[in-house]
Design a protein around this ligand. Structure first.
Ligand SMILES: [Zn+2]
Length: 184
């Protein structure tokens, strides 16, 4: 299909078209990025595609395409990124559970798409062997570097213990906090 040259707008469009075609064939669908006001520094205008690994859609493989509108960005440095994320029910945020794998946009256009597809398959495969928490959710590497539950299930447990304690206080007539009289 010919070598990709980022300085040629026509080739940026052709590469974008082929990336989109590869993603669609693989069953990936575009997600609309959540826009924050004011925009946060990690906000990206590039198009992002996902495919659900689990039926509830909380575990997904994600592809950050470097495509803005209908062409790939004119920068040789940035790469297509593939990763897997888990959406926590505790704080409604996605966390990376399979580290980002980069696809550099150099060489033949078809070869770039094939490399992207093979990274997508790799990430998909690694999802199956993720370390799991006792609650069943996958773990992710925290900022401190240890593996913790991507669903933040310990917060649920802490809340449950706290509720039990306040209920017991209410039952015992030791109402010392407004929460203790909150309905069961
Ligand atoms: Zn857990």
């Amino acid at each position: 299909m010919g070598n990709y040259r980022p300085e040629i707008p026509e080739l940026r469009k052709i590469l974008a078209f082929n990336i989109l075609d590869t993603l669609e064939t693989a069953g990936f669908a575009e997600i609309k990025q959540r826009r924050r006001v004011p925009p946060d520094p990690f906000d990206t205008k590039e198009r992002v595609f996902t495919r659900d690994v689990t039926e509830d859609g909380r575990l997904q493989v994600k592809v950050f395409t470097t495509i803005v509108e209908d062409e790939v960005r004119n920068s040789g440095k940035d790469a297509i990124r593939v990763c897997a994320t888990w959406l926590s029910s505790e704080d409604d945020r996605s966390r990376g559970v399979v580290a980002v794998s980069r696809v550099h946009r150099t060489g033949d256009i078809q070869a770039i798409c094939e490399r992207m597809l093979s990274r997508m398959r790799e990430v998909w495969g690694r999802v199956k062997t993720l370390e799991r928490c006792s609650c069943g959710s996958p773990k992710f590497k925290s900022k401190k570097g240890n593996m913790v539950c991507a669903d933040l299930c310990w917060r649920r447990e802490r809340r449950r213990r706290w509720q039990n304690m306040t209920r017991k206080k209410a039952r015992d007539g030791k109402v010392s906090h407004w929460a203790a009289v909150r309905a069961e």
